[in-house]
Design a protein around this ligand. Structure first.
Ligand SMILES: Nc1ncnc2c1ncn2[C@@H]1O[C@H](COP(=O)(O)OP(=O)(O)O)[C@@H](O)[C@H]1O
Ligand SMILES: [Mg+2]
Length: 227
């Protein structure tokens, strides 16, 4: 579903170049829940931003299906809206919008009618167990509930890939468990690939596969993709 080859990334900090990723290569199958593990500073967020097409300043190549990804940010906007979903550590819901409106947002960007937006968003809220909370704003919801709204928002437009950066790091362990299980069941049901950065070992052990980064390189050969 996705192949990435020789991904390297350097940040400039004053006069210094920081190597955040150094020749990262791998592939991910459709519908897999992949944990991207590694200590803080190992390059997880950097790699997610690149695979999520938010950062196009990198060396190397990414194939998305049979398509070589462009490095022109403008040409990626529409592609990203249709094919990708995002989940963040701090939920990133829009505070003045209801759960339903938050979930509808990607459908609005993709030009669906108001009625289609409503129907599909309610159906997705139902899948994450929050149909009864559709008209509540995020501040009326617990952290775990907010993250479930964020999962619904990430999936509502049926993307083929969801990128999640530390999605359980702000949650207590019961809510974290629910969030992991939801990503896994919905990912398998909808055949959506999830790439989830985490340094939470509870999370990692429950994913289908693990990629471990250390100092910007894939470390453990046992975890690498067989190509
Ligand atoms: N915007 C940035 N400018 C400079 N250095 C950065 C920037 N973002 C990340 N880095 C550096 O790149 C390396 C990888 O960071 P990051 O991808 O955030 O790791 P992780 O998500 O695994 O904690 C770290 O050394 C970090 O300090
Ligand atoms: Mg990070």
């Amino acid at each position: 579903m996705m192949k990435f080859d020789g991904i390297s990334k350097q940040y400039s900090l004053g006069q210094n170049q920081i190597s955040a990723l150094d020749g990262v290569t791998g592939q991910i199958a459709q519908g897999e829940l992949v944990a991207l593990c590694g200590p803080s500073g190992s390059g997880k967020s950097t790699l997610l931003n690149i695979l999520g097409m938010l950062d196009t300043h990198y060396d190397g190549e990414i194939m998305f299906g049979s398509q070589l990804l462009s490095k022109n940010p403008k040409s990626l906007i529409q592609f990203r809206r249709q094919n990708l979903g995002f989940i963040f550590q701090r939920f990133n819901l829009i505070p003045v919008m209801s759960a339903l409106e938050n979930v509808s947002y990607p459908l609005m960007l993709n030009g669906l009618s108001t009625q289609e937006q409503q129907e599909q968003s309610l159906a997705m809220l139902d899948k994450v167990g929050l149909a009864d909370w559709a008209h509540h704003r995020p501040d009326a919801l617990s952290g775990g509930q907010q993250q479930r709204v964020a999962i619904a928002r990430a999936l509502v437009h049926k993307p083929s890939l969801v990128i999640a950066d530390e999605p359980t790091a702000s949650l207590d362990s019961a809510s974290a468990s629910q969030v992991i299980e939801l990503m896994k069941t919905l990912g398998h049901e909808l055949k959506t690939t999830f790439i989830v950065a985490t340094h939470d070992s509870r999370m990692a052990t429950r994913c289908d596969r693990t990629i471990e980064l250390i100092d910007g390189k894939i470390s453990h050969s046992a975890y690498q993709w067989a190509s």
